[in-house]
Design a protein around this ligand. Sequence first.
Ligand SMILES: NC(=O)c1ccc[n+]([C@@H]2O[C@H](COP(=O)([O-])OP(=O)(O)OC[C@H]3O[C@@H](n4cnc5c(N)ncnc54)[C@H](OP(=O)(O)O)[C@@H]3O)[C@@H](O)[C@H]2O)c1
Length: 267
Amino acid sequence: MDLDLAGRVAVVTGGSKGIGLAVTRALLAEGARVVVASRSRTPELDALSGEVRHVPADFMDPSAPAEVIARAVEEFGGLDILVNNAGGPPPGTKMPQFGFLGLTDAGWQSMFEFNLFSTVRACRAALPLLIERGGGAIVNVSSGHGRQPSGVNVDYGAAKAAMMNLTKALSEEFGPQGVRVNGVCPGPVKTPWWTDAGGAADIFAAHIGSDRDSVLTSVAPQMMQLATGRLIEPSEIADVVALLVSPRSASTTGAEFVVDAGWLKST
Ligand SMILES: NC(=O)c1ccc[n+]([C@@H]2O[C@H](COP(=O)([O-])OP(=O)(O)OC[C@H]3O[C@@H](n4cnc5c(N)ncnc54)[C@H](OP(=O)(O)O)[C@@H]3O)[C@@H](O)[C@H]2O)c1
């Protein structure tokens, strides 16, 4: 299927690793031009071929989202697609965190700053440009934790739930101007967040007396009752994002796509 993305201009936040890198790869494969924003480059990003630019940005800085969007216009003359993917543990935080009482005001604020307010600011900067082009698409990468409240990652789940509420509100307000806004709710995805030393797999392993490889291959899939029996590949999220930003999805807006290996049983 031709996704009709050739030549379109996309911004992918957090596109240097994990899900964002896979989204960038998928959009480039469809002929899109992509601006990737993250604090650092990675060898995997540098190895991509196609029309891709990296903009160094820290989304804890309130001015960063608008600066990134402006760079897309400078580089490629406009904007058609925004993928708000940067998120997860804010700088200096490790996740999962177990329980509510250990969370501080400062922790809650940085969780919302990174996962919600950076998206609010990116949407605010992008929407006039999308409207100017006659329409476009935004995808917000939320999480199954935004749908399934849990004692693990309470603040993260609340921020991601708010992100989905924002998604639906924006889809209603800007639909008449041709802008579609959708969300993707991944289950556990095998990204550096999980696999890095000191990452989520190591934290779970320390919590339950296991090891990183066992958590990744069997403990986490069993614990989360994943119907597929394995963590999700980043490309499996990216393919859904690519379809959602495509004009082929012209009647899909305000929707939440759960890609969770069968984790959530009530959706
Ligand atoms: N992996 C999962 O299991 C999972 C499940 C559900 C939802 N999600 C969501 O999917 C999204 C991507 O997660 P992931 O697992 O792919 O994460 P990841 O592997 O840790 O990659 C995170 C990306 O965000 C960038 N980033 C981190 N902090 C940043 C900051 N302060 N400013 C700008 N960029 C920053 C990173 O680059 P730099 O470090 O160089 O800045 C990297 O490009 C997040 O929104 C997360 O909540 C993930």
